[in-house]
Each structure stands twice: as structure tokens, then as C-alpha cells.
Write a protein that binds this ligand. Structure first.
Ligand SMILES: C[S@@+](CC[C@H](N)C(=O)[O-])C[C@H]1O[C@@H](n2cnc3c(N)ncnc32)[C@H](O)[C@@H]1O
Length: 294
């Protein structure tokens, strides 16, 4: 087990506080903020409101320090001029990756019933489209194992995200103990290994669960996605909130096109897709099916 909790500073949807003071202050002009906003919107669809200015500063200033850049405009020039690795670091810095095991737990009960209702021999394919650090796709795997009563269920889970640093952590599948503190002890024992020695205080998802999940980088805004439907279920939760309405509706239609005729799409708690009623019909709290499905 690898004690790898340091790659990316822990983030919340609320966000880090003020910029550092003293000699370390970098000038961050309105024009710099506008440039960041434009770049991340065009590339990832992420809209950054005025209130995110301090957050943007505190996240990107780490990159300036790491690269020894002295000001934001030269850093942004570097990003814009196609410094490949830095472009990805820039994107990774601006995503918000809050997630947890069994987040919005009612969805996993619905998923369990949906999987139980599928023909026993059929391969069930699930796409987790904003997988972050992996808690969501692994929860999907736990649900499939329990619902289908097999440690090797006929389930394939594709987990994607735009952010390469969270995907690397997801593949490690190693988490601090407090992230599983609320999990039933039986589940914990069944699905995780406990770290010992230098890994004390960490747990790792067991290999037989990890092998159900394949991770890949995917930008939901790209015009082509490196995967094919149909999917038995699609999870696209708590990512639409960063997109404007037009992007949300376009994305919902594209996801619907990859859904099996009787498939289900799960969105996040504050993501209302009532405007795509012609293709998706609500069938539970932020759960949707094809509008014409029986
Ligand atoms: C708040 S997390 C949600 C994680 C998980 N789905 C959940 O509900 O717990 C949002 C995730 O969306 C990803 N994301 C943001 N923009 C994206 C895009 N254009 N394409 C793919 N993923 C994106 C971020 O990197 C982040 O990991």
C-alpha cells in the first residue's frame, strides 16, 4: 500500500481561504483572472464566478512557486503557449474534487435494484463520468458485488475525469481511515485492506474490487469521447454544477444517447435536468431514464 496522500492539497466545495501575505504576494490583476476564467471555460466548461477569485489565486500560486515564475501573466503565457505538462497542471489546479464513499446514498439503493433486475448473464456496463479520487466508482463496485451476490460480478465500470492527479489517486485506491469511518464494519472488512506499519491509518480497496474499475482521462466537453455505449447506468454527479445551462443540456443529451434502452442516469443533488424532458424523464431523486422507456 502506498501512503500517497500528498499529491494534491485536500479541497472542498467551500474552498481555501486567503492568499498568502508578506514577501510572497504575487500580483494577480483583473486581466489575469479573466484570462484564467476564459481558458478553463473554453477547455473544460468550468465557469468561475467572481467569488472564486481568491480560490483561483491560492491554487495557481502554488504552480507559480513550483515553476519559479515571478508573475501571473508570464505563467499564463506559458500555459497558453502550449506547455503541455503545465496545461494539465493548470486544469488540475482549477477542478474541485469533493467526493466521498456512498455520497447521496439513495442512488446506490436504486442502482442495486436496477442491477438485480438485469438478466443474470448479461454484462452490465456502468460509466462514472466525474470519478474524482475514486470513492464513487468504488462505491458502485461495492453495490454491484452486494446486489449480484458475487465477488466477481458481470460488471464493467469505466471511471473517467478530466483531472489526471485525481485519477492517479483513484488508481492507488488508498484512503485515510476517516473517509470510511461511517461505513458499516462488515463492508469495511469485506472491501478494504487495513494498512500496517508506515501505512497505519490508511485503507486500500481490495484487488478483486479494484479490477472491476478501469480509469481513463476524459473531458466531458470534448466532441468525441473514447468510449462507447450502451451503458446500463451512467453516473454524472456534481460536475454539471460547474457548467452553464447550455453545456448542461447538451451534455445530458449526449449522455442519454449512450444509455441502454432501460438504463438509468444519476445526476447530483442540485442538478435539475427538467429542460431535457423530451429525452430524459425523472424516475426518482435526480435519477433519469429515457423519456420513452417503459
Ligand atoms: C465535485 S467532483 C464530483 C465527484 C463525484 N462525481 C461525486 O459526486 O462525488 C467534480 C469532478 O468533476 C471533474 N470535472 C470537472 N470538469 C470536467 C470535465 N469537463 N470533464 C470531466 N470531468 C470534469 C473534476 O475534475 C472533479 O473531479
Amino acid at each position: 500500500m502506498v501512503a500517497d496522500q500528498s499529491r494534491k492539497a485536500a479541497r472542498t466545495d467551500v474552498e481555501e481561504t486567503a492568499a498568502p501575505g508578506g514577501a510572497d504576494v504575487f500580483h494577480f490583476e483583473d486581466a489575469d483572472f479573466e484570462r484564467v476564467r476564459k481558458l478553463i471555460y473554453q477547455h473544460a466548461g468550468i465557469t468561475l464566478s467572481d467569488s472564486k477569485r481568491t480560490m483561483v489565486y491560492s491554487r495557481l500560486v502554488r504552480r507559480l512557486r513550483a515553476l519559479g515564475e515571478s508573475d501571473f501573466s508570464s505563467y499564463l503565457r506559458r500555459v497558453q503557449n502550449g506547455d503541455g505538462p503545465e496545461w494539465q497542471n493548470f486544469v488540475n489546479s482549477l477542478t474541485t474534487n469533493l467526493t466521498s464513499f456512498y455520497r447521496e446514498a439513495h442512488h446506490f439503493k436504486i442502482l442495486a435494484r436496477h442491477l438485480e433486475a438485469q438478466p443474470a448473464q448479461s454484462k452490465k456496463r456502468i460509466w462514472c463520468a466525474a470519478a474524482s479520487t475514486g470513492e464513487e466508482p468504488y462505491t458502485i463496485a461495492f453495490t454491484a458485488i452486494e446486489a449480484l451476490g458475487s465477488s466477481n460480478p458481470a460488471v464493467e465500470i469505466v471511471a473517467s475525469d478530466i483531472d489526471t492527479s485525481v485519477l492517479a489517486r483513484a488508481e492507488q485506491a488508498t484512503y485515510p481511515l476517516d473517509t470510511v469511518a461511517k461505513m458499516e464494519p462488515e463492508r469495511l472488512k469485506h472491501f478494504f485492506l487495513r494498512g500496517k506499519g508506515t501505512n497505519e491509518g490508511l485503507v486500500r480497496v481490495k484487488p478483486e474490487v479494484r479490477c472491476l474499475v478501469t480509469f481513463k482521462q476524459l473531458n466531458l466537453l470534448d466532441s468525441r469521447w473514447p468510449l462507447e455505449g450502451p451503458f446500463t447506468a451512467i453516473f454524472c454527479r456534481n460536475v454539471m454544477i460547474y457548467f452553464d445551462k447550455e453545456t448542461q443540456l447538451k451534455l445530458a443529451r449526449r449522455l442519454a444517447a449512450l444509455l441502454a434502452p432501460d438504463g438509468l442516469i444519476f445526476f447530483g443533488h442540485s442538478e435539475n435536468l427538467s429542460q431535457v424532458r423530451d429525452v430524459l424523464e425523472s424516475c426518482g431523486q435526480t435519477v433519469y431514464k429515457h423519456a420513452n422507456a417503459r
